[in-house]
Design a protein around this ligand. Structure first.
Ligand code: SF4
Ligand code: SF4
Length: 342
């Protein structure tokens, strides 16, 4: 395992980290086993969020006694200072630690989010106070919106940025990468498997390893999966013509159905919460059906309001057939509810 600097934070992390969404699906003992195994095999960077259910509690149990040997990151979706501090204190308690190496404002995408987090009484002000008090060592931000991510990187307010980056979602490669490099921010690549749609780990990482400045955080739900990625990293990265062809096939196959969660399509005049409704099958894959039905409930229940006006499609840069996709996802959601009711 190679260890690299995370931007100018002064933090050193393993060249790939561990994104903790998939441990939601595991029972506590299995989560602890995978987390400990990853640590023992050299992974030192663990990224979670208040929104990832009991993942923080599982991390707390796994790393009792080795806190000083890992880099722990979490996030808050709260936009107000009080809410963010309540979540931070909860994260600290769950993870049995008195500081986080990195605390991120989670999914800041819309102008309204930005105004709230940076305004008086907003989350950023409170997180900076927590940093001064030693509860947080570094402050970062995550987003799925490219213009917002670029703006936040250039704002000089953050030390890291987390953004989707994989062989299908390549938007970060241009201005966002260069701005992060110029401003000295660490770049964390979320969704190395496109949220679960890229089912070839070798190809996914052949692509990602071409950009060593970006630290991917794959999720793991078994020790074998940890070994698989370690084995890929133990070899020199050679990307041949055939690999490029496989990557291109993924892009062609998924390009017209894959939602990037950029939120450009919103808002909907009928109150449909489009982005989580578009991503429902991916949430199921990553979180399990029982968790995803609950997690996406509000969004899924808004889908029947869709009048198929098409306004959102005009705003989607990827020309996705949004009404068609969300209706299909709604059918899946209903089937899951039915199954769960048994
Ligand atoms: S097509 Fe449906 S989801 Fe899209 S803007 Fe119109 S009502 Fe909203
Ligand atoms: S449907 Fe299109 S615009 Fe909306 S979040 Fe997905 S990719 Fe972005």
């Amino acid at each position: 395992m190679r260890y690299v600097k995370l931007g100018n934070t002064g933090l050193t992390v393993s060249e790939f980290g561990f994104g903790c969404i998939p441990i939601i699906r595991l029972v506590k003992d299995d989560s602890v086993k995978v987390l400990r195994y990853a640590f023992e095999r050299g992974i030192t960077f663990f990224d979670t969020a208040n929104a990832y259910r009991d993942s923080e509690e599982k991390i707390g149990k796994a790393f009792d006694g080795v806190r000083d040997r890992i880099v722990l990151a979490s996030k808050t979706l709260k936009r107000d200072g009080d809410g963010a501090m309540e979540q931070l204190d909860n994260s600290l308690r769950m993870m049995k630690t008195d500081y986080l190496d990195l605390y991120q404002l989670h999914q800041v995408a819309q102008e309204e989010d930005w105004q709230k987090v940076t305004g008086p009484g907003g989350a950023l002000e409170a997180v900076m106070k927590a940093k001064a008090a030693g509860k947080v060592r570094h402050v970062g931000v995550t987003s799925h919106s490219l213009p917002m991510a670029i703006r936040m990187v250039k704002s000089s307010l953050f030390e890291t940025v987390q953004f989707p980056f994989n062989l299908i979602e390549e938007e970060a490669k241009g201005e966002l990468f260069s701005a992060a490099r110029e401003m000295g921010l660490g770049f964390i690549s979320m969704k190395p498997f496109g949220g679960g749609v890229i089912d070839n780990a070798e190809i996914a990482f052949k692509y990602l390893r071409q950009y060593p400045e970006a630290i991917p955080i794959p999720g793991f739900e078994s020790c074998e999966q940890v070994d698989q990625i370690l084995a890929i990293y133990s070899q020199a990265n050679v990307v041949g013509e055939q690999d490029l062809e496989v990557m291109e096939n993924y892009r062609n196959e998924l390009g017209k159905i894959f939602c990037r969660r950029c939120e450009y399509c919103q808002p909907c005049s009928q109150g449909v919460i489009i982005t989580p409704a578009m991503g429902y099958p991916i949430f199921v894959k990553r979180m399990s059906a029982p968790v995803a039905t609950e997690f996406c409930r509000k969004a899924m229940e808004s889908v029947p309001n869709c009048t198929e006006c098409g306004d959102c499609m005009e705003r989607c840069p990827y020309e996705l057939k949004i009404p068609e996709i969300i209706k299909a996802n709604y059918a899946l959601y209903e089937a899951h509810l039915k199954e769960l009711k048994g």
